[in-house]
Design a protein. Structure first.
Ligand SMILES: Nc1ncnc2c1ncn2[C@@H]1O[C@H](COP(=O)(O)OP(=O)(O)O)[C@@H](O)[C@H]1O
Ligand SMILES: CC(=O)N[C@@H](CCC(=O)OP(=O)(O)O)C(=O)O
Length: 315
């Protein structure tokens, strides 16, 4: 049984005035983002052990709401922990080099099965509970992601060589929400396993996205990984380069921030790193004055201009 809120507790969502003011607060953001493309990368860890259906349902609601207020959301998903899990069940060890999975012939099949066969339809189904919005594609469909082998020592790990925006523009123009599994192929048809952070950045860049949002399992970038109070609220590509060089940023965060900085330097308005475990974190970032997580912009001049804007610093 849940306890009633204490008398001095903050006003609850049942308070009509709070409800109304939350909606009104969202107005300038709804206007600002109407018609804009937002690429959201949903990490395998944010799926938080796929048993966490609540997180998935809340994410689906946020994405549908974005679409219904006129934004053009694109979802790029990961599935690293889920690939590792199936590999384990098949008696295979996972091995990573600089955050990238060493991918032999069998592993590329496993990655394809998990990303396109398991995680992708799970996300599509969760979104389509609300209507027929989501369409699942992999990078192979319509030549969406062309790739080349990154390094023979990693096996079938791909680097993105090009993105075909027509596939996504077609879906978005027809008011669908593309949900992308990050398997790409080369011109011979060879499939590659591509890191989902890298794909999200490349797609945001190719689509000239307004925002690139990474949903992960930490509240944002920290200057000290062990100190939750060291959250960086906003920063620039140059500062992040320094944080990679001096080891402040490590592990799976490296491909994420590397793609962030490449994207913001190549025309994407801003990138955000958010904690996917926070309920409705996307809505909080997009539609409230407070903002949340870490925001990355191309350079200090852009950040200063943004901070000088009337509408809130962190959105
Ligand atoms: N400076 C840092 N700030 C925040 N997280 C960091 C930092 N350096 C390394 N990390 C690690 O990066 C992880 C997120 O990357 P990853 O596990 O690959 O997420 P995802 O599966 O969502 O792509 C965090 O849980 C954290 O342990
Ligand atoms: C080459 C490479 O490492 N590919 C990743 C693809 C999935 C992914 O990126 O998933 P997350 O976003 O959940 O980490 C992998 O095999 O794990």
């Amino acid at each position: 049984m849940t306890n009633p809120p204490a008398s001095n507790a903050p006003e609850t969502r049942t308070d009509p005035a709070v409800k109304a003011s939350t909606l009104v607060e969202a107005l300038p953001y709804i206007r600002r983002f109407a018609g804009k493309t937002v690429v959201v990368k949903y990490g395998g860890n944010a799926l938080a052990g796929t048993s966490n259906h609540d997180a998935l349902e809340l994410f689906a609601e946020d994405i549908v709401l974005m679409r219904l207020v006129g934004m053009r959301p694109i979802v790029v998903h990961g599935g690293g922990p889920q690939i590792s899990e199936l590999m384990k069940r098949l008696g295979k060890e996972s091995e990573f080099v600089n955050g990238l999975r060493v991918t032999d012939k069998e592993t590329v099949d496993i990655a394809r099965m998990v990303l396109k066969g398991q995680v992708n339809p799970q996300l599509v189904a969760a979104i389509n509970v609300h209507g027929n919005y989501a369409v699942g594609v992999s990078g192979v469909d319509g030549g969406l992601i062309r790739a080349t082998q990154r390094n023979p020592e990693l096996g079938f790990v791909g680097d993105v060589t090009s993105i075909n925006p027509e596939v996504l523009n077609g879906l978005l123009d027809d008011e669908f929400i593309p949900v992308i599994a990050t398997i790409g192929c080369d011109e011979t048809g060879q499939a590659y396993n591509i890191n989902a952070d890298t794909v999200a950045g490349a797609i945001a860049e190719a689509m000239g996205a307004e925002k690139l949002v990474y949903m992960t399992d930490i509240e944002g970038l920290r200057t000290d990984l062990d100190d939750p109070n060291s959250l960086v609220r906003q920063t620039t590509a140059d500062v992040i380069e320094g944080m990679i060089a001096d080891g402040t940023i490590a592990g799976g965060m490296i491909p994420k921030v590397s793609s962030c900085l490449q994207a913001v330097r190549n025309g994407v308005g801003r990138a955000h790193i958010l904690d996917g475990r926070i309920p409705h974190v996307l809505l909080l970032e997009l539609f409230t004055d407070d903002g949340i997580g870490t925001m990355v912009m191309a350079d200090q001049a852009q950040l200063d201009a943004h901070l000088a804007e009337t509408v809130t610093p962190s959105t």
